[in-house]
Design a protein. Structure first.
Length: 82
């Protein structure tokens, strides 16, 4: 099944609906996009990892993420201080 999303540079990235922002979209290409995950750097997505897109937000599907990206997403805010 082919899905088309409208994604722009600067859209926020989330691991779960209603969760905390974990990063942002840095580059959009026809066949992939590059996202920045806080504290971990850039990752390339090819499409299946994206669960939903709306209102400038990109929600990832944890079940379809590579282990390194999932770990980065789950720990995106671990190094923050109050």
């Amino acid at each position: 099944m082919l899905r088309t999303f409208h994604i722009q540079v600067g859209d926020q990235v989330f691991l779960e609906e209603g969760g905390e922002e974990i990063g942002a979209v840095r580059r959009v290409a026809k066949d992939h996009l590059v996202i920045y995950i806080e504290g971990a750097g850039d990752f390339t997505l090819t499409g299946p990892e994206i669960a939903a897109v709306h209102d400038g937000k990109v929600r990832l599907d944890p079940d379809k993420l590579e282990p390194q990206l999932l770990a980065a997403a789950q720990t995106a805010h671990d190094h923050e201080t109050d």
